[in-house]
Design a protein around this ligand. Structure first.
Ligand SMILES: NC(=O)C1=CN([C@@H]2O[C@H](COP(=O)(O)OP(=O)(O)OC[C@H]3O[C@@H](n4cnc5c(N)ncnc54)[C@H](O)[C@@H]3O)[C@@H](O)[C@H]2O)C=CC1
Ligand SMILES: O=C(O)[C@@H]1CCC=N1
Length: 273
């Protein structure tokens, strides 16, 4: 069976996407090749998923349908240099669909690195690991509708997908790309708050997690605006409004808005490194 799906970089996000695609039989393990420099990581991916692995990036360009770039943005130039050194010139046909999940890196740079290749810039997030991801995609100038459909299908395997103009990709990175960390920090802090007022750690952690999960599900299923839900919980002169007043005093909303902006600005910076 020949390789149809290749990835350069076999880290956290590569595994998240790969594991779901395999679990849904989107690709068979024998059709997948991951190029990864760390031996331990290669061994892990091979034994866990039964896929093929290599430390030679150039092998990923051998007549595959899809090539996912899953290295850190700072590594892009090095990887492209490595590919062109080993292949003399990148293959001109048939060109795989290049799917980049690199934060910040614009289509313009990717299309220079992979001349005339169909490129889709994507920003998934870590809940992709359990099929609850949120991915935004922006197609490049050489993509045809089949490429866009394929990109959408791949990311639908790991959660929800939206298509946005490329100009919004850094904003997406600030919100849904980076957001799982912001939410995780909030859950940890809620749990710490519980411990501070006497709850055992394990119980505090369970309460914090289920409260966030249940609230999210309620908002999603009811379609209620978050402000409406907040109003429903806050009894006049009650406990919740005392807590909400403290959040406002500490600048909680502002902190979250600034966190998204900082991540957005960093994504813009990473695109220029
Ligand atoms: N972690 C996240 O939540 C998200 C990450 N991303 C993007 O995904 C990309 C990968 O991020 P992670 O998976 O978190 O990083 P990671 O560090 O877990 O994975 C990167 C992998 O690339 C490998 N690598 C390093 N040099 C290489 C080379 N020359 N050739 C091939 N592979 C090489 C590393 O050994 C590592 O396994 C980044 O560009 C990031 O911006 C996008 C969305 C979410
Ligand atoms: O922190 C980062 O740079 C990556 C991109 C989005 C989430 N993690």
């Amino acid at each position: 069976m020949s390789i149809r799906f290749a990835m350069i970089g076999g880290g956290v996000m590569a595994e998240a996407i790969l594991s779901r695609l395999l679990a849904q039989s989107f690709y068979q393990p024998q059709e997948v090749l991951v190029s990864e420099p760390q031996l331990q990581r290669r061994d892990f991916l091979q034994s866990r998923y039964g896929i093929q692995v290599t430390d030679a990036n150039a092998l990923t360009l051998q007549s595959v349908e899809v090539l996912v770039l899953a290295i850190k943005p700072q590594m892009l130039d090095l990887v492209v240099q490595d590919l062109t050194t080993h292949l003399a010139a990148l293959p001109t046909a048939p060109c795989p669909l290049v799917l980049s999940i690199l934060a910040g890196v614009p289509l313009r740079r990717l299309e220079i690195a992979f001349p005339n290749y169909p490129v889709v810039r994507a920003m998934p997030n870590t809940p992709a690991t359990i099929g609850a991801g949120m991915t935004a995609i922006a197609p490049g100038q050489w993509t045809q509708s089949g490429h866009r459909t394929l990109a959408r299908q791949i990311f639908l395997a790991v959660g929800e997908v939206v298509e946005v103009p490329e100009a919004l990709m850094d904003a997406v990175t600030g919100l849904s790309g980076s957001g799982p960390a912001f939410v995780a920090v909030m859950i940890e802090a809620l749990s710490d708050g519980g411990v501070a007022v006497g709850l055992p750690r394990a119980i505090a952690a369970q309460l914090a997690l289920q409260t966030v999960l249940g609230t999210t599900q309620l908002l999603q299923e009811s379609g209620m605006h978050p402000a409406q839900l907040k109003d429903q919980v806050t009894s006049p002169g009650g406990t919740t409004i005392a807590g909400v007043a403290q959040l406002e005093q500490a600048g909680f909303r502002s902190a979250l808005m600034q966190a998204v902006r900082a991540a957005y600005e960093r994504s813009q910076e990473l695109g220029t490194l």
